[in-house]
Design a binder for this molecule. Structure first.
Ligand code: AMP
Length: 173
């Protein structure tokens, strides 16, 4: 499938999780084997332009794309999770939401100093989550070589928060 076909297969769900939000539902893409395969292949093509030691997936939909890409790149997979989910010692990063704050965590020993890291999530909205993930990689002494997303919501200008980072998105809305 090409990018236009992938774009069409993503479902809009109005007013989820709250009124005024149009949620980009990728379950309609994931259940279609050729769409899932194409999205992995196209993201992988971009990742292959870099030398990569670790692929970091952001909970939870970042895991779906991050894990197969790590496997294909022969790189390690690192889960970045919501607070309290990772069992060993963690480093955390707090970021701003529209109302209030949120945090994400990584295992302290997940990244070795100097590791080249690709960060993957399904969707770039305001960029707060991905910025926090980049900060976690920085804190661990890793080098974020690419931040890759399946979808970008252009009108939210999430790239502003990722200024100076190498950002790739497959499908724009
Ligand atoms: P942000 O930190 O604002 O860039 O938000 C990115 C995270 O929130 C990603 O993990 C997305 O899965 C999720 N997200 C934000 N907005 C949407 C949306 N409209 N549709 C689906 N997921 C969203």
């Amino acid at each position: 499938m090409n990018i236009d076909e992938l774009k069409k297969i993503i479902r809009d769900v109005q007013d989820f999780p709250k009124k005024g939000i149009i949620f980009k539902d990728i379950t309609t893409l994931l259940k279609e084997p050729s769409a899932f395969e194409s999205s992995i292949k196209l993201l992988l093509k971009e990742c292959e332009k870099h030398s990569v030691d670790k692929v970091l997936g952001i909970e939870s939909r970042g895991f779906i794309f991050g894990a197969p890409i790590a496997n294909k790149l022969n790189a390690g997979f690192i889960p970045v999770r919501k607070p309290g989910k990772l069992p060993a010692e963690t480093i955390s990063e707090t970021y701003e939401l529209e109302y209030g704050t949120d945090s994400i965590e990584i295992h302290k020993d997940a990244i070795n100093p100097g590791d080249k890291v690709v960060i993957i999530d399904d969707l770039l909205a305001t960029g707060g989550t991905a910025q926090a993930a980049c900060n976690l990689v920085d804190k661990c002494g890793g080098e974020p070589v690419l931040v890759a997303f399946l979808i970008e919501l252009k009108f939210l200008n999430g790239r502003a928060k990722l200024k100076g980072r190498n950002v790739f998105t497959l499908i724009d809305f």
